[in-house]
Design a protein around this ligand. Structure first.
Ligand SMILES: C[S@@+](CC[C@H](N)C(=O)[O-])C[C@H]1O[C@@H](n2cnc3c(N)ncnc32)[C@H](O)[C@@H]1O
Length: 197
């Protein structure tokens, strides 16, 4: 019970942190996040896929893809952007890319540790620099696996300094084909890719 309470407090603090940093988030983190996207999504194809961006923040990834990835690689894709901070999601709503008539994007306010989707649903899962915020990171990744189909592509990144990273890899690596970890010296995150077996 005490552990449960501690986790709830941690989550509440995270919500408050992002609810109050949404205004300057893009200016402060845009260029760092773009470096990660370029490395993580080199060669990725989003075409005709149902995509979850878990912990999407202010939608920097969606903006990046709509500006810098060829139209054919994103054609007929559907993005679901999910975050636990209402203010971060509100920031997406006022962006031009969201207002565009052809924007295939839905916003969901929810918790990655308890996802509001049925199993076997998504074709591609993205979570960039969000997992380290979870009080129970193992529950969060189990949820991402639950809602995915066989063959679903995963693109995750997590801060290298997170002490749970090693255990996370050894626990979940067996679930994936083509598992790969990218550890670029210049990045604060480890990038993890794989296809669900
Ligand atoms: C460092 S930001 C990364 C945002 C975005 N992925 C990017 O590339 O800019 C971390 C995000 O994770 C979200 N987050 C933290 N805990 C979460 C949870 N339990 N469920 C969903 N989102 C969460 C935060 O609200 C924040 O928007």
């Amino acid at each position: 019970m005490r552990d449960h309470h501690r986790k709830l407090i941690k989550k509440k603090n995270i919500i408050e942190k992002y609810n109050s940093s949404f205004e300057y988030y893009d200016d402060r983190y845009r260029s760092i996040q773009l470096q990660k996207y370029e490395l993580a999504f080199k060669g990725a194809n989003f075409q005709s896929k149902l995509i979850l961006d878990a912990g999407c923040g202010t939608g920097l990834l969606y903006t990046h893809l709509s500006k810098h990835v060829s139209k054919s690689k994103c054609a007929r894709s559907n993005f679901i952007c999910l975050d636990i901070s209402l203010n971060m999601l509100k920031k997406i709503k006022i962006k031009e890319e969201f207002k565009e008539e052809k924007a295939h994007i839905s916003l969901i306010l929810s918790d990655m540790e308890n996802l509001p989707f049925r199993g076997n649903f998504f074709d591609l899962i993205v979570s960039i620099t969000s997992l380290q915020n979870l009080p129970d990171i193992f529950q969060g990744v189990s949820e991402l696996i639950r809602i995915s189909k066989r063959g679903t592509e995963f693109y995750l990144s997590i801060l290298k300094k997170d002490t749970r990273l090693k255990k996370l890899i050894s626990k979940f690596k067996p679930y994936f084909n083509d598992f790969m970890m990218i550890n670029n010296e210049e990045l604060e995150d480890s990038i993890i890719q794989g296809k669900l077996m």
